[in-house]
Ligand binder design. Structure first.
Ligand code: SAM
Ligand code: SF4
Length: 328
């Protein structure tokens, strides 16, 4: 079992398969996109399968595929089929903006994906365009419907931004009345490719107060182990509501997750720069034993929390980070 130096069990890996995306969300990247990585800097699918197999053998039992937008990478589906066939995973899942995902729901089902996180910041077409700088709301909603029709759990991720989508919070909560989904409101983090300073005007407590003012009967429900969300239920609603204090970093103490960026960098904390590039290590000819030792070493240097981690990031580097390159 993989553990960090605080003794925390690490069993959840988030794997970014690309930095590219078919949207340009304002909280994630500039309007012109990022300086996309050259293909040779990305891990190949073969390298990803080797890395995932290693982590599974070391105790990881949940893998989330993310990016960038995972579904814009060519041949993602055959890779997912291979990954799901490795065995040893309790959960294979993905986070997607939902534009293309609707085309692949039957494949998700066939490979045993039981839950998908869908990013959706607004139910209003004009605001969708202003936030993502592209059209696509109808496609995202159609994807949500298709996932639900196929009994795949849906978690909606909504980044809460002052002056942008506050008017959407209550309509998004109302979706839970008829739909068995979890709508999670996430504090905006400062990983937008350097486009703007993030001020935490809408932190977790303000989001909660805003929802409670409209739904005073909303009650706290138990959170799953290692959940980053504080979860709530409104009596009579089929779904539930979550609040993720991503910038306030209230959940670090029990964090069980690590990330691998699309270039193969192991990031043991979202707020820390990575020290180990697994793709480079593989290309240098490392054996599985070498790789395992390097991973174990990196985990032993894992920061205690996101505040300690942030101190290790070079300030300039931090300002230019995007969730699409970190792997959200
Ligand atoms: N493209 C996919 C998507 O949007 O779902 C997957 C990658 S995206 C980087 C993963 C998650 O990170 C999304 O739910 C997105 O809303 C979230 N995210 C991106 N930038 C963020 C930021 N600055 N603060 C908080 N969440 C952010
Ligand atoms: Fe693309 Fe996801 Fe970033 Fe939006 S949040 S720009 S969909 S990677």
């Amino acid at each position: 079992m993989l553990r960090d130096k605080q003794g925390r069990k690490i069993n959840y890996l988030r794997l970014a398969v690309t930095d590219r995306c078919n949207l340009r969300c304002t909280y994630c990247m500039p309007a012109e996109g990022l300086d996309w990585l050259p293909r040779k800097e990305l891990m190949t699918y073969e390298e990803m399968l080797r890395i995932c197999s290693l982590f599974i053998a070391m105790g990881v039992d949940k893998i989330r595929i993310t990016g960038g937008e995972p579904l814009v990478r060519r041949d993602l589906l055959p890779f997912l089929y291979h990954l799901s066939a490795i065995g040893g995973l309790k959960e294979l899942t993905l986070t997607t903006n939902g534009l293309l995902a609707g085309n692949f729901v039957s494949d998700f089902k066939a490979m045993g994906i039981t839950s998908v996180n869908l990013s959706l910041d607004t139910l209003d077409k004009g605001r969708f365009f202003r936030i993502t700088r592209r059209e696509g709301l109808d496609d995202v909603l159609a994807t949500m419907d298709k996932l639900l029709e196929n009994d795949i759990n849906v978690k909606i991720n909504t980044v809460v931004m002052a002056n942008q989508n506050i008017a959407d919070i209550i309509p998004l909560v109302r979706l839970t009345e008829q739909l068995p989904i979890s709508v999670r409101f996430i504090e905006e983090m400062p990983f937008n490719g350097g486009t703007h300073q993030v001020t935490l005007d809408w932190d977790h407590s303000r989001i909660l107060e805003h929802i409670q003012a409209q739904f005073p009967a909303m009650e706290k429900i138990p959170d799953a182990p290692y959940s980053t969300a504080y979860n709530y239920r409104i009596p009579g609603h089929k779904g539930n509501v979550g609040i993720i204090a991503a910038y306030s970093r209230l959940f670090c103490g029990s964090c069980n997750r690590i990330r691998i960026t699309s270039t193969g960098v192991l990031r043991t904390c979202l707020y820390a720069s990575g020290s180990l590039n697994l793709k480079e290590a593989i290309r240098e000819g490392c054996t599985d034993t070498d790789l395992r030792n390097r991973i174990t070493d990196a985990l032993l240097k894992r920061p205690k929390d996101g505040w300690e981690a942030q101190d290790t990031l070079v300030a300039q580097h931090r300002e230019q980070e995007s969730m699409a390159t970190i792997g959200g």
